[in-house]
Ligand binder design. Structure first.
Ligand code: GLU
Length: 277
């Protein structure tokens, strides 16, 4: 089977060194195995999405010396997300929820890998359907349907799927027909991605994605969750914390090919390090 990897940035901020590292890894894993490397713009983040950034992302990747095939951006695939959500709703696996972030924080009794775990407040509650709401996955009901599931991370080994760690995640947002979990899982299947590469910060999300694959009859890829780059304070790089953008480096005349080579050799600019295993 041909290896297909992808880099799937969200255009809500410029790319930084952490993205360059992720893109080089995804590109090289495909190249080493004679496969294909895809770019997918994940632009369904409401007002935070700035479509014009996609062009800067392409320039960044070219500057790094990477070549890729581009698949349609998420904003062009909304109908497929709605169809999948309908299928899950028809199977009684989704329920509406009107809780605010603050209410969830106050009511949660568990902190999961992505913050407070939704305590199921709206499950079984009769809600006025005209009230703006999200749709959540009833994870317990879903797992009853699928039975135990497993998935494989090339680095961390075989995993038992534990979607309950994240609780009843949102699959349909108020303002979009999908959340990241639903959209990315469907897209990876449609795009023929066989090796999902992304940072370890999204490791737990893969438990949910594995469950969605089973529910929706999608092919199951292998995963490769790589270590993240950290700043001098040991925090993951983020534009909002002042991490320098690739566009700044590019426009400042830095050599992108050299940067990509340095990243491959794990030689990072001063103050940047790779998170410990
Ligand atoms: N769009 C996501 C991000 O920028 C990437 C998620 C993924 O690779 O699955 O964080």
């Amino acid at each position: 089977m041909t290896t297909v990897t992808r880099f799937a940035p969200s255009p809500n901020g410029m790319l930084h060194l952490g993205h360059a590292f992720a893109a080089v890894i995804a590109h090289d894993l495909a190249a080493e195995r004679g496969g294909r490397f895809l770019l997918r713009i994940e632009d369904i983040d409401g007002a935070r999405s700035k479509p014009e950034l996609a062009e800067a992302f392409r320039k960044d990747l070219s500057w790094l010396g990477l070549d890729w095939g581009e698949v349609p951006a998420q904003s062009l695939r909304l109908a497929s997300y709605a169809a999948a959500a309908d299928k899950l709703r028809d199977a009684s696996l989704l329920y509406p929820c009107v809780c605010s972030r603050a209410e969830i924080k106050a009511a949660a009794t568990q902190i999961g890998p992505e913050g407070p775990v939704y305590p199921g407040t709206c499950k079984g509650r009769a809600l006025d359907p005209s009230q703006p709401h999200v749709l959540r996955l009833d994870v317990a009901a879903a797992l009853r349907r699928t039975g135990p599931l497993r998935w494989v991370d090339e680095l961390a080994g075989e995993q038992q799927a534990r979607p309950e760690l994240l609780g009843d995640v949102v699959l349909v947002r108020k303002d979009e027909p999908a959340s990241y979990h639903l959209a990315a899982t469907l897209d990876d299947a449609v795009d023929g991605v066989t090796l999902v590469t992304r940072g370890k910060d999204l490791f737990a999300a893969s438990h949910v994605h594995r469950l969605l694959q089973a529910l929706l009859g999608l092919p199951v890829p292998t995963w490769h969750h790589h270590a993240l780059l950290l700043d001098a304070e040991g925090r993951k790089l983020a534009k909002r914390r002042g991490s320098q953008s690739l566009a700044d480096l590019r426009e400042g005349g830095e050599d992108g090919l050299l940067l990509a080579e340095q990243l491959r050799l794990h030689r990072f600019p001063s103050g940047i390090s790779l998170e410990e295993a």
